[in-house]
Design a protein around this ligand. Sequence first.
Ligand SMILES: [Zn+2]
Length: 190
Amino acid sequence: MSKHFQDTIGKISKIANRIIKEEPDYAPLKHLNILFVWKEGKPSTDEDSRPIVACATVLPKKIRDLFGFDVSVEVNEDIWTRLTSDWKYRVCWHELRHFSVEMDEETHQPIRDKDGRILVHTKSHNIVVKTFKEEIEKFGVEVEEMDLFRYLKSVLKRVKKGELKKYAAPGILKPEENVEEENQSVEEED
Ligand SMILES: [Zn+2]
């Protein structure tokens, strides 16, 4: 069971608005009316058994017209309350990163559709590696993945030099245990 309700106190929006105000990259988002939503109860998990902390959605046109909100940021309340303020900031930063507002380069105003709605879409993650080490060992590396591996190599160098931080993620953001058992059943199906 999971229930949703609006963050009327502004716990999420306070942080999100600060990011939009302070980070130039995020400035176009100031034109959006963002609905901040709490999701109560046990977080759902993604296919890798990681708890889903939050999600960013462009709302359906009808909802946008009726209620005036363009997009929503939904956060699992239980996880949120157990995060440090640094991680709360990071969760907001990540979710807002998914939104992209189409801006008119000359007027610096958002472009709108014929009905006046701001053109906004969600961006996918630009680093995704979903495979098995063994698969790389057996089949090698895709041409497009070479750029990613080069980038990751440069990241590692910067971490070693101390230019990038090395940190441990909070336990609640890690995949659930008992993953082993689930994996076994996947293998049996094969
Ligand atoms: Zn994301």
